[in-house]
Design a protein around this ligand. Structure first.
Ligand SMILES: NC(=O)c1ccc[n+]([C@@H]2O[C@H](COP(=O)([O-])OP(=O)(O)OC[C@H]3O[C@@H](n4cnc5c(N)ncnc54)[C@H](O)[C@@H]3O)[C@@H](O)[C@H]2O)c1
Ligand SMILES: O=C(O)[C@H](O)COP(=O)(O)O
Length: 526
């Protein structure tokens, strides 16, 4: 079995490391404890790398990583990843966007409360100096204060909601969302940045990019209220650091709560010398809950991308993700998985692929086409990715077409794929329920309801008594446990999708094929 090398460049939770360690086709390399120069030597063998903000994925890193197909940023911010460099080399970059949201939200609230009550200083006076001087610690309350939230995404909107429960007057500035996203939650919305500068407390939750670096500088601070409190648990440099230091020194800014610095590690930063800051060492994502979840997601995504099955939360696709509404994302993932499943179950030369869509999803056929092509070719082609998929399909002479149907099947949105191979025609359709529940609803004309995940046997058989028992016996003889058995019937026979806990060997498949009522048996794994 050829193994995929996955290099873990930064500390991640053991739960993800265990997944990598226990995956048969993964050669897992732990490189979190070596220095970043030594890492350049280790990274040359990596098919996939997992990083956090402590590893810069820059020109040096990418030049050394000559095998790299995918990189997983085990967190949200990817400002330390040279995205253009990745795209040029055909490397897919992915992040894990929501697993640390709550951790960052709660650290933001911690800084906000700590700043208002000068908590670390009061704590230090009693604990370290053993001084009981209550008159030194008249703090301020969140209640009734005006909070400005810059950036109303995953973290910003949750901070706003929590601030409302403290009965704060909350207003947000985020020109990239519909105002109703805020107003529906009872939060004021503005497109006038000056409204934010007029707040008692300001917290920022935007990505770091050309537009947001130094978003708050001397000029903006000058317009703020005297005694304003500033919080930054997003990225260092969104508030100009020199301006921050100057205005904390003058007292214009009463307190600042800072988790992130322009240059990290920041053990010698002038902010650390000031008496009116609360600081943490980029701990926004550091809760056990969030690190466990990130690590598990990063490990699973690394394995899927190493195998070429899927690239969840890819950031540098040939399609502009920012123009894709969030409801489309599970459909493109589902489309790739469905194509991957059919290509495995047929295992023969593909002649053409048609991708058809109905409902609003039909507006995104071009993206669905790319993902279906990756899924279809991942079974037979090494190094297939979103950047080269269409080119490789053309080289192999596979005709790829798309069609749109007006809504007629009863599903709000549905994607169907038709494969024509040297063996015949195969079809598969899927939909997404409740925003993110992916389901295969049709396979070769049989109605089904199955999750596109796991090890599965796909069996066509005559619809006669005793088949389920014989299948169960055959699998039990090989010590294979059945996790789920889905049967679909029609006049001319039945189709079963059997989810199993163990991989089915070619011998097991032959034994199943020998069952008298069996017409065909295929094994696939997603
Ligand atoms: N301290 C930590 O450890 C930690 C942990 C997680 C996330 N983060 C950082 O927090 C930030 C927010 O993360 P998120 O998960 O909420 O991201 P997100 O993508 O869900 O939200 C970002 C929001 O910022 C808005 N935005 C973009 N440009 C803007 C601009 N110029 N003005 C106003 N709004 C703008 C976007 O429209 C979006 O709604 C990121 O910088 C992320 O890297 C830090
Ligand atoms: O962007 C993020 O997810 C946070 O800043 C966390 O970064 P980290 O993984 O280096 O803790």
């Amino acid at each position: 079995m050829s193994k995929h090398t996955i290099v873990v460049c930064d500390h991640i939770h053991d739960a993800g490391l265990e997944i990598l360690q226990n995956t048969e086709d993964v050669n897992y390399v732990y490189a979190a404890d070596i220095d970043k120069v030594a890492l350049l030597d280790v990274i040359k063998d990596a098919d996939v790398a997992i990083t956090r903000s402590s590893t810069d994925v820059d020109e040096k890193f990418l030049n050394a990583a000559t095998n790299l197909k995918a990189i997983i940023r085990a967190g949200v911010g990817y400002d330390n990843v040279d995205m253009e460099g990745c795209s040029k080399r055909g490397i897919i970059a992915m992040n894990v966007p929501t697993a640390n949201t709550i951790a960052a939200v709660e650290l933001t609230m911690t800084h906000m409360l700590s700043c208002m009550r000068k908590f670390p200083y009061a704590h230090g006076q009693l604990k370290d100096q053993r001084i009981w001087k209550r008159e030194d610690w008249y703090g301020r309350e969140l209640y009734g204060k005006k909070l400005g939230v810059i950036g109303f995404g995953n973290i910003g909107h949750r901070v706003a909601l929590r601030a409302k429960s403290f009965e704060m007057d909350v207003i947000t500035y985020d020109p990239y969302i519909p105002s109703t996203k805020a107003t529906d939650l009872g939060i004021k919305y503005t497109t006038n940045f000056e409204d934010i500068l007029d707040c008692d407390i300001i917290t920022i939750h935007t990505p770091k990019n050309k537009e947001t670096i130094d978003m708050i500088g001397e000029e903006e601070i000058a317009k703020m209220k005297d005694g304003v409190v500033l919080i930054n648990c997003a990225r260092g440099g969104l508030y100009n650091e020199d301006a921050l230091v100057n205005n904390l020194k003058s007292g214009k800014i009463a307190m600042a709560g800072i988790d992130v610095f322009k240059k990290e590690p920041a053990t010698d930063h002038p902010l650390l010398d000031l008496p009116n800051v609360t600081v943490t060492a980029h701990l926004g994502a550091n809760t056990k809950e969030s690190q466990r979840e990130i690590s598990v997601q990063a490990a699973n995504n690394a394995i899927e991308s190493a195998r070429g099955i899927a690239y969840p939360n890819a950031l540098n696709l040939p399609i502009d993700e920012s123009k894709i509404p969030s409801f489309v994302k599970p459909y493109i993932e589902l489309t790739q998985k469905m194509a991957f499943l059919i290509a495995q179950s047929d295992k023969t030369e593909i002649r053409s692929i048609n991708i058809a869509a109905e409902g609003e999803i039909a507006e995104y056929l071009e993206s669905l086409e790319t993902f279906a092509t990756v899924g279809a070719l991942a079974v037979s082609t090494e190094d297939i990715n979103y950047v080269n998929a269409n080119f490789i399909a053309e080289e192999k002479g596979i005709e790829i077409t798309t069609s749109k149907f007006s809504n007629h099947s009863g599903y709000q949105n549905k994607v169907s794929i038709k494969f024509t191979t040297s063996k015949g025609v195969q079809t598969i359709s899927g939909t997404v329920f409740n925003d993110d529940v992916q389901r295969i609803v049709e396979l070769n004309g049989f109605a089904l309801d199955i999750e596109p995940q796991g090890k599965m046997l796909i069996m066509r058989n005559e619809d006669v008594p005793g088949v389920i028992g014989e299948v169960g016996k055959t699998l039990a003889n090989s010590n294979i446990n059945i996790a789920d058995f889905r049967l679909s019937r029609q006049k001319d026979g039945a189709l079963a999708v059997i989810l199993i806990d163990e991989k089915a060997s070619s011998n097991v498949i032959k034994e199943l094929e020998n069952i008298q009522a069996a017409k065909s048996v295929a094994y696939a794994e997603i």
